[in-house]
Design a protein around this ligand. Structure first.
Ligand code: SF4
Length: 457
């Protein structure tokens, strides 16, 4: 059975205290972002530069990709190209098989989530340990991350305590965050030592140098890459920037937009393998070329995955990341995912109020809410909305474009609600389930205005 955002959100909001807490926690992160951004007089200038650099990169992408590959190869890095998720997973698997490795560590990479790499490798008998604390928590629980920066934000410390008690044998009921973090630290240290291969994501790849930068707050990418004999970095091709000097713009924008920090705790620069180490970069398309060719949605590829649009979105905050049923949730996920599978993700662009808050906070000035609105039009014209929605929208269009009929319907509506309130106040009306329906006014605003305007003259 198809499960839509509305169905999954319905499940999430059944737990009202959790919904409120989720909403408030993310709003707190949004406020931290505001303070950090407003503390920099040049913030708007940085956003403009970020947007222009990304725009210029996308306009000249093939040349920058070539330049990046040439420089990376000259640095002694092996470069692979994957057209889709399947090819990406096969390339990674081939490298692992070549070295006969059974256990690998991975630092946070939304691309590998998008490609379902963990599941693929698990099916081939390879243990993958996610080393970001939040990712490890959701991995223990066999859940996907619910947020691209804060993967376990839907969980409370009590949930983490219960999970660690089950998997790491910590004291039952001990919810002390320091105790729990220390348990995870000890557990992960062993995994780093046992592993011979590390997978990391890429935040920025620099065409000019062939190097790349990985940003983490826990140092787990460094721990993995520095202890392993083989390092595989997986990146979507939109991670490219032309020059090293552009990094200063993006590193300042990224952490402030994500968590309100001036910079991520670790911004690790990788250029070449250590002596006796092997370094690979897998550059992935997986639908990105197609999105690049969609004029209205092209600039969604400027995204630097800061999640500021998630934290500010009133729908995301009150429906949780899992309701988006895709690797990248939130407003930007609702633009990227219909490109990957329009039918399966046709519900996502409708999971928005179109308030525009996402576009206001986006550090690279993506017109997110306009693209969501555009996707709705594409999805309707391609026939991917329910017939009931299409019919009711046609009906509304007819009523709203005929003033006489609109006034008549208003009168009928007000009278019916006064005489037969159960017409709207019943369990079949999903709006009524969580709302007090207002007492209908005796007259419309138009009638009131005409009357009062006359009495004032
Ligand atoms: S769309 Fe903008 S705000 Fe949202 S994650 Fe991407 S860069 Fe951040």
């Amino acid at each position: 059975m198809k499960t839509t955002h509305a169905d999954l959100a319905g499940k999430f909001i059944e737990d009202e205290p959790r919904t409120n807490w989720h909403d408030e926690t993310l709003w707190f992160v949004r406020e931290k972002r505001d303070k950090a951004a407003h503390g920099l007089p040049e913030w708007e200038q940085l956003r403009e530069w970020g947007s222009q650099i990304k725009n210029a990169t996308l306009s000249n992408l093939s040349n920058y990709l070539k330049e990046f590959e040439e420089n990376a190869l000259a640095n002694g890095v092996k470069v692979h190209w994957a057209s889709d998720a399947k090819e990406h997973n096969e390339i990674v698997h081939k490298i692992i098989k070549k070295h006969n490795i059974q256990k690998i560590v991975k630092s946070k990479s939304m691309l590998t989530e998008e490609c379902h790499l963990n599941e693929y490798l698990h099916e081939h008998g390879i243990e993958v340990v996610d080393t970001d604390l939040g990712e490890r928590i959701v991995q223990f629980r066999k859940e996907p991350p619910s947020h691209i920066v804060l993967p376990a934000i839907h969980l409370k410390k009590e949930d983490v305590s219960a999970t660690f008690h089950e998997h790491l044998q910590t004291e039952k009921g001990n919810n002390d965050p320091q105790y729990l973090t220390e348990a995870a630290r000890q557990h992960l240290r062993n995994k780093f030592v046992e592993s011979d291969l590390a997978i990391t994501g890429v935040n920025f790849a620099i065409a000019e140098t062939g190097g790349f930068v990985v940003c983490t707050n826990e140092g787990n990418a460094d721990m993995g890459a520095h202890t392993a004999a083989v390092h595989i970095a997986c990146m979507g091709f939109e991670k490219l920037i032309p020059k090293a000097e552009h990094l200063s713009v993006f590193l300042r924008l990224l952490a402030r937009s994500a968590t309100g920090q001036p910079i991520t705790t670790y911004s690790s620069h990788f250029h070449k393998p250590r002596p006796n180490q092997e370094m690979h970069i897998v550059i992935v398309d997986n639908g990105r070329s197609k999105q690049l060719g969609r004029e209205d949605f092209r600039n969604s590829l400027k995204c630097i995955r800061c999640a500021a649009c998630f934290n500010t979105c009133p729908v995301y905050r009150r429906s949780g990341g899992h309701s988006y049923h895709t690797a990248v949730a939130g407003p930007i996920g609702s633009i990227l995912n219909p490109n990957l599978d329009m039918k399966a993700n046709a519900d996502l662009p409708f999971a928005s109020t179109l308030c525009g808050s996402c576009s206001n906070v986006c550090p690279v000035k993506i017109n997110i809410h306009e693209q969501l609105w555009k996707w709705r039009q594409v999805i309707v014209s391609e026939g991917y909305v329910a017939a009931s929605k299409k019919i009711s929208m046609k009906g509304m269009n007819f009523v709203f474009s005929n003033p006489k009929i609109y006034r008549l319907m208003g009168k009928i509506g007000r009278k019916s609600m006064q005489l037969f309130p159960f017409i709207v106040n019943n369990k079949l009306n999903i709006w009524f389930k969580q709302r007090e329906m207002p007492v209908p006014p005796k007259e419309s605003f138009r009638d009131w205005y005409l009357k009062n305007k006359k009495s004032q003259n």
